[in-house]
Structures are given as structure tokens and as C-alpha cells.
Design a protein around this ligand. Sequence first.
Ligand code: PEP
Length: 247
Amino acid sequence: MTAPKPLIAGNWKMNGLAAALSEAKAVAAGAAASAARVAICPPSLLVHRMSEALAGTPVLVGGQDCHTDESGAFTGDVSAEMLADAGAKLVILGHSERRSGYRETDALVAGKVKAALRAGLEPIVCVGETLEERKAGQALAIVTRQVRGSLPTELAGKAFAVAYEPVWAIGTGLTPTTPEIEEMHRAIRATLVEMFGEAGRAVPILYGGSVKPSNAAEILHADEVGGALVGGASLKAQDFLGIVNAL
Ligand code: PEP
């Protein structure tokens, strides 16, 4: 089975006005020869404009969340179909900021994954332990439980990625050691193979949490790391390209 191209996705979170599209265009210009698949996930209001701005480039556009339903009385929400209609190809689901801030459970995340598949989007499903859970020696058990609970069987045969993002590494400048990342990614791989058979070996497992140009090469070359989910360092094209071109 040939390994898929690594995926490097930028999560802009709640950052970016229309002027920031120039950063996305600079990423597209600088990522043309990248060995990775590159994606930017802006706030949903920018998905349409960014998709138009990046049309004809290899950089994909993604959402940061979606509702489980296609449409209905859900004030303020955005459906997977709306993201796809606006030009998104991927969607981040189960980010720790949504799990903690909006009490998203594994079951809800799994429902959103099904919605993404219904709309033809490629889900990037986030998992990760808190510092307390790591200190208590529960990191592997918590994360593999999240993987089992957040990935519905409907993913069999579909394109998707898992992003391992230790909560304590997001936006803090802290990262696990490379052996710690490899230990977790191997455990996630074993869980994916348990769930999806041999096809589980081809699922990219991204690392996320304080990835920056200076640590990207080591992280991206670690065993079982199939790319990165990048927050803060994806906002400036120069920083993001330093990661994208570290492969
Ligand atoms: C994230 O929020 O997905 C993330 C990885 O953030 P940062 O790179 O800023 O740690």
C-alpha cells in the first residue's frame, strides 16, 4: 500500500478578515512545489472567497466545524453541505477548543463526521489529551478511546485524517518529545488498523500543537507522522511555508 502524500493543514481559528486572503495567495504561490497536500481552514465566512482566490492552485480550503444536519432551525450554525457549496474540500472536526468550549462529545463528533461524508468533505478528526490526563498516565487510553468514539464505521473506504493534538501543546509553545509523539501515533495507527483493517495503515495521522518552522522537519519526519495541523503559525504565509516546505 503506497503511503498517501502528507497533509499540512492550517487552522486559522477565529482570525482573518478579507485582507488576509493575500496571505493565502502567498501560501499558494510558495507551496507549488511542496511534497505535501496543503490546506487552509479559514473562518466559515471566508471559505467561499478563499476558494475563489485559490482556484487553480493546489491549496485546498477547509472548514473548522460543521453541524450534523444538512439544514434547519440551528441559529448560527453552518452545515457540511454549505461548506462544500462554498468550495471547501475538507473540514476539521472535534478540535479540542470545540470539545472543551462547546462540550462536544465523541458521539457528536462522529455525527459530524457522517455529515461531512454526506457532503463529500474529507474530515480531519482531532483527538488529544489534557496535561492532567498525561500526568496521570492516561494519555494513550484517552486518545485511543477518542479515536474509537469519534470515527464512525461509515469512514471505511473514505478519505479522512486523524490529528493528534495534545491539548497542552496547542498555542503554548510546548510540544511532546519526538518519542512521545511516535508512541502516540503508533497507538493511533494500531487503533485505526483494528477499526478499518489494512486500510487503516493509509490514514494520515497529523500532529498538531505548536508546530513552527524551527521544529517542523523533526516532527514531520517522525515515525507515523503523516502531516501537521497548524494553528498560530498558519496565519502568516512565511511561517506556514516554512512548515510546508520542511518536508
Ligand atoms: C490548533 O489549534 O489546531 C493548533 C495546532 O494550534 P497551534 O499550532 O497554535 O498550537
